[in-house]
Design a protein around this ligand. Structure first.
Ligand code: ADP
Ligand code: MG
Length: 732
């Protein structure tokens, strides 16, 4: 039993009070077919809205099965509606993009039924309202009468004891009107049906009660057929929509409006590209920063460089190098690490220039030709450099001496020029022959070793002021050494001939000692004959055979460097090297402090900018998405009339947005993949993706999900701010 006692409803607008209806007394029962008539503005809709719990009332009491409702909160009324009331509206309020089947199914899903168990039931309802042919037709394609049939079937599916229909035939022609009214009557057994209509004549034959309203009051309340008044309104069992149904609806809603789908795709794509661009811009800046930052200890302080030694500090074997070369991220292996930190200076009296040794293999040069002899070299430099651009003809084919290796002063000839992207205008790369390289390496080894000589129990070393040059000569036999006559002072009878000279090497990697017999003392008279050299041009030198020299200084490599392809995978590469039994030092981690500070600032800046960006993106995308979703307000209002809570609406929308985000992001990833595989050519993305690893891709996806969640929550709150009537009103 539904009972109103002196109920009044007022509208307050701009300080003016208008009555919807006043002092209405009414008692309605299950089994009744109530017809309400009255001129426009007489309060019929207002009365129906109050009866169906869509609107509140101010005065009097409304009872449902004897329970008073004036203390009801919004949630209580929602509960009331879910248990008791289904609405049929003049303008149908169907989900136009859903099929007939989906619209009816929706009511059942909202009530916690699952897809499979309701299929037969939905089909039987479609049958009942005579729409079998249109089962899979989108409702926007139906005529008004057909739409109202769907609405009736949906109200039936909702299975509440009360069905309220406000002018259900108001938008229909007279033929469909009478069909609809008949249908309403057919389904009204064991229900309380309340219909507002102007088609008084056609409906009179069905009505059990006739109510006429005028100016907010009931003028006439005539019972035409007596009904058993003891019947109680049976509350429907209320169940919540299942998670699976929410997911299904979310996915369905993603795809069923093509224009919205495309717009959302574009938005999420733009968000993705913005996030990724932002991220890689910072990575690029970090990279640039590390190129210009420097290390005090290492000349080549490229971030891509990792210095490697063996755990036991032993020599590298070819096998070790094979293992290292097999690692994915290894771009270049420089076996002899010393040359990485060696600055080579060339001088020809007019031009002085310096730079790094480059051990890459050269396949062609931009000017001149590739080297053919040992002493021919190629220089690589920026086109911005004066030497490379203006003095090209002066340096090409000109002889230079290697400045900082006085001992081995070699003359080299520049025969080729390569244009490069060197980071400093006046820093060059030099490509040298293997033999020159070898000379440089052994002289560096010599330079970095502690050398002591022992002759006749005298120990000579740099510590006590003696520095002897060790010079290789093919005139000296293995196991022998030629000493300068000035050394005779360390020996008995002022003669070192046939004495033993012990040379001990102590470097950070190894110790070595050899004993050589002094087979000749060279002096001003015999030097030319013995060594083919001019005595006056020789420093304090000992001359030894190449083989002995190799024993001391060309032992092999104790320290090498690799240069990685991708800096982002540097840590992985370090771990792989460590697992192979190598010790590593990544130059990136051995940088000068000032650079580190710049990096720290950059990191903080990056975080701040990213957060600001996400917030900005949130508002921009929320704004756009709200416009796109404005047309969807009626969808969520329909869900509400079917008993959906705010949480459920937000949840369904969230799933839809996540679905949109995931699709756009997957397409983005696919694009990146194809671009990196060179199937699609897109330089900008290729550049971007260089700086981005798996973890960044995951983070960007999580940000998209976060945005989806935030937007759906905000939008959900927004649509629930207004009442169902108001939202429908604004949609009309
Ligand atoms: P009917 O459905 O019989 O045409 P209504 O119930 O819509 O009439 O309206 C009854 C009275 O309440 C009318 O005077 C109308 O102006 C007023 N009214 C209805 N809705 C509102 C509203 N949202 N705000 C202010 N006044 C309203
Ligand atoms: Mg009305």
């Amino acid at each position: 039993m539904l009972k109103l006692k002196n109920v009044s409803k007022y509208y307050y607008k701009d300080g003016v009070v208008a009555a919807g209806f006043t002092k209405v007394n009414l008692e309605l029962h299950i089994g009744e077919f109530v017809v309400i008539t009255g001129e426009s503005g007489s309060g019929k809709s207002t009365l129906l809205n109050v009866l169906s719990g869509l609107d509140t009332y101010e005065d009097g009491e409304m009872y449902i099965n004897g329970e008073e409702t004036s203390h009801y909160t919004e949630d209580n009324f929602l509960e009331y509606r879910r248990k008791y009331v289904s609405n049929i509206f003049q303008n149908f309020n169907l989900v136009n993009s859903y099929t007939v089947y989906e619209n009816i199914e929706l009511a059942l899903l909202m009530n916690g039924k699952n897809k499979k168990e309701i299929k037969k039931y939905v089909d039987s309802l479609i049958d009942k309202v005579g729409l079998k042919k249109y089962r899979n037709t989108v409702t926007s394609k139906l005529s008004g009468g057909q739409k109202q049939r769907v609405a009736i079937a949906r109200a039936l599916a909702n299975d509440t004891p009360i069905i309220v229909a406000d002018e259900p035939t108001g938008s229909l022609d007279s033929k469909s009107s009478s069909e609809i009214l008949k249908l309403l009557h057919d389904i009204s057994k064991d229900k309380l049906v309340i219909v507002v209509t102007h088609n008084k004549k056609e409906i009179e034959e069905y009505a059990t009660r006739l109510i006429r309203m005028h100016d907010g009051k009931i003028l006439e309340n005539k019972v035409l057929t007596k009904i058993n008044l003891d019947d109680k309104l049976e509350a429907k069992e209320v169940k919540n929509i299942t998670s699976f149904s929410k997911l299904r609806l979310g996915i369905r809603n993603t795809f069923n409006l093509p224009v919205k789908f495309v717009l959302m795709f574009v938005i999420f794509m733009l968000i993705t590209i913005t996030l990724i661009s932002n991220y890689s811009a910072f990575q690029m800046a970090e990279n640039e920063e590390s190129v210009t930052s420097y290390s005090e200890y290492f000349y080549n302080s490229s971030d891509k460089r990792i210095i490697i030694t063996k755990n036991d500090r032993s020599l590298f074997s070819e096998k070790d190098y094979e293992k290292i070369k097999k690692l994915d991220n290894v771009d270049l292996l420089v076996k002899e690490d010393l040359i990485n930190d060696y600055g080579l200076y060339l001088n020809n009296d007019n031009i002085y220039m310096g730079g790094k040794i480059n051990i890459d293999t050269l396949s062609n040069v931009d000017v001149g030709r590739l080297p053919e002899n040992d002493n021919e070299i190629v220089i690589k430099g920026s086109k911005d450099s004066w030497y490379i651009s203006e003095l090209q003809s002066d340096i090409l084919n000109s002889k230079f001496s290697i400045e900082n290796m006085p001992k081995y002063t070699k003359n080299v000839k520049i025969v080729g020029i390569v244009y490069g992207d060197n980071s400093y205008e006046y820093e060059y790369d030099f490509y040298l022959s293997d033999n020159i390289l070898k000379d440089i390496v052994s002289s560096l080894n010599e330079e970095y070793s502690n050398i002591t000589y022992k002759i006749n129990n005298n120990i000579l070393s740099i510590k006590n002021g003696y520095y002897l040059d060790i010079v290789v000569s093919d005139k000296v036999n293995e196991g022998e050494v030629y000493l300068k006559d000035t050394m005779n002072g360390f020996c008995k009878d002022y003669n070192c001939q046939n004495e033993n000279l012990e040379i001990s090497i102590n470097s950070i990697y190894y110790e070595e000692q050899i004993k050589l017999k002094v087979s000749n003392i060279y002096n001003i008279n015999n030097t030319k004959k013995l060594l083919g050299l001019d005595y006056n041009e020789i420093y304090d030198s000992v001359f030894i055979n190449q083989k002995d020299y190799n024993k001391l200084f060309n032992k092999g490599n104790y320290q090498s460097s690799i240069f990685v392809k991708e800096i982002k995978d540097l840590d992985n590469t370090i771990e792989e090297l460590n697992n192979l039994g190598f010790e590593t030092l990544a130059l990136r981690n051995a940088k000068h402090d000032s650079a580190e500070m710049v990096m720290q600032i950059l990191k903080i800046f990056k975080l701040v900018v990213t957060v600001v960006l996400i917030i900005t993106l949130f508002f921009i995308s929320y704004f756009i998405i709200r416009i796109i979703y404005k047309s969807r307000n009626s969808y969520y209002t329909t869900l509400r009339t079917l008993g959906s809570t705010k949480k459920v609406c937000i949840n369904i929308l969230m799933k839809e947005l996540v679905c949109h985000a995931t699709i756009a992001y997957s397409v983005f990833l696919l694009l990146i993949y194809l671009i990196n595989k060179d199937i699609i050519y897109f330089e900008y993305f290729k550049e971007l993706s260089k700086y981005i690893g798996i973890s960044e891709y995951i983070i960007v996806y999580l940000i998209l999900i976060l945005l989806s969640i935030l937007i759906s929550m905000r939008y959900g709150r927004k649509i629930f701010k207004d009442s169902i009537i108001k939202t429908y009103g604004s949609v009309l």
